[in-house]
Design a protein around this ligand. Structure first.
Ligand SMILES: Nc1ncnc2c1ncn2[C@@H]1O[C@H](COP(=O)(O)OP(=O)(O)OP(=O)(O)O)[C@@H](O)[C@H]1O
Length: 265
C-alpha cells in the first residue's frame, strides 16, 4: 500500500497564492479526479504532488517520507507523472519506442541501455495502444493523440505505485478517451493509485471514485463522486448552470448544459 498525503498545501508563483490550505490524500487502488475551471491551478497542484514544484507552504508525504527527502530516482520509482499535452510540436529526434523506453530510466545505470525484456514490454504496450506500426517513427512525426498515448505507455513502463495524469484524454477521440478511462479503472483495480485532472465532469462520473474541485480563488472541496458531482456544486465550481441527471434506463449519471441556458448565454 502506497499513500500520498498533502497537508495544508499552498502555492504562489509570485506573491498572491494560487491556492492555500489544500489537503489531499491518495492511496493504492484509488482514483482521484480533480476538476476545475481553466487557470485555477490544477496542473500546478499536480506538479507539487509529483515533487516537481516546491509548495510555498504545507507538507507532502509519500508514505512516511517527506517528498522532498527523496531523490528524483526514488520518487520516479514510486510516482509517474504524465504531463498535459502541449499543442506545440517539440522536435525530438528519437523514435516512439525510444521515447516510451525513457520510462525505464529510473532502473538503469548512467550509461546503461534498456534490456531486451524492457524492449519487449515496450513493444507489447505500444501494441496494446495501437502504436505498433509507429514504433520506429520519430516521436515528432506522430499525431498529438498518439503522443499522448505514448506518454501513458512511458508512465506504465516506469512501474510506479502512483500515476499522476494531467488531462490524459485532452487530445484523444471518444473511443481512445474511453480506452484510457478503462485503463485507469483497470490500473486502480490492479492496485495503482491514480490522480487525474479532466475538464469533463462526465469522466469523473464514469470513474465514480474520489473527487476534488478547485474553483476560483483556490476554493477546494474533496469528497466522493456522489457527494461532489451534483448540479449545485458543479454549477458553483464552473459558474455556469449545469445539471447532473440520472438516466431513466440505468443508474448512470450524466452532466449536461441545459439547452435553455445555452440559448440565453
Ligand atoms: N511558470 C509559471 N509562472 C507564473 N505563472 C504561472 C506559471 N505556470 C502557470 N502559471 C499561472 O498559474 C495559474 C494556474 O495555472 P495552471 O496551469 O496550474 O492552471 P490549470 O487549472 O491547470 O489550467 P488549465 O485547466 O487551463 O490547464 C494560471 O493563471 C497560469 O497563468
Amino acid at each position: 500500500m502506497t499513500e500520498l498525503t498533502a497537508q495544508n498545501l499552498s502555492f504562489a508563483y509570485q506573491t498572491t497564492p494560487l491556492f492555500s490550505g489544500i489537503n489531499f490524500h491518495l492511496k493504492s487502488g484509488q482514483i482521484h479526479c480533480i476538476l476545475g475551471p481553466n487557470g485555477v491551478g490544477k496542473s500546478t497542484l499536480l506538479n507539487c504532488l509529483a515533487g516537481a514544484y516546491q509548495p510555498t507552504d504545507g507538507q507532502i508525504k509519500l508514505d512516511q517520507h517527506a517528498l522532498t527527502s527523496l531523490t528524483p530516482t526514488q520518487r520516479a520509482r514510486k510516482i509517474a507523472y504524465v504531463p498535459q499535452m502541449s499543442s506545440e510540436r517539440t522536435p525530438v529526434s528519437f523514435s516512439l519506442r525510444d521515447y516510451v523506453l525513457l520510462g525505464r530510466a529510473p532502473y538503469l545505470g548512467l550509461l546503461a541501455a534498456p534490456s531486451k525484456k524492457d524492449i519487449a514490454k515496450a513493444d507489447q504496450l505500444l501494441d496494446r495502444f495501437g502504436l505498433s506500426e509507429r514504433a520506429d517513427n520519430s516521436y515528432s512525426a506522430v499525431s498529438g493523440g498518439q503522443q499522448q498515448l505514448a506518454s501513458i505507455v512511458r508512465a506504465l513502463l516506469q512501474e510506479p505505485a502512483l500515476i499522476i495524469f494531467d488531462e490524459p484524454t485532452s487530445a484523444l477521440d471518444v473511443a481512445n478517451q474511453v480506452r484510457v478511462l478503462k485503463l485507469i479503472r483497470q490500473l486502480a483495480h490492479a492496485g495503482y493509485g491514480i490522480v487525474l485532472t479532466t475538464h469533463d465532469p462526465n469522466q469523473a462520473l464514469l470513474l465514480n471514485d474520489q473527487v476534488s474541485t478547485l474553483a476560483q480563488n483556490g476554493q477546494w472541496h474533496s469528497g466522493t463522486a456522489a457527494e461532489l458531482l451534483t448540479s449545485d456544486h458543479l454549477s458553483q465550481v464552473y459558474q455556469l448552470p449545469l445539471r447532473v441527471l440520472e438516466l431513466p434506463d440505468s443508474h448512470q449519471k450524466t452532466c449536461i448544459v441545459d439547452q435553455t441556458t445555452f440559448t440565453t448565454i
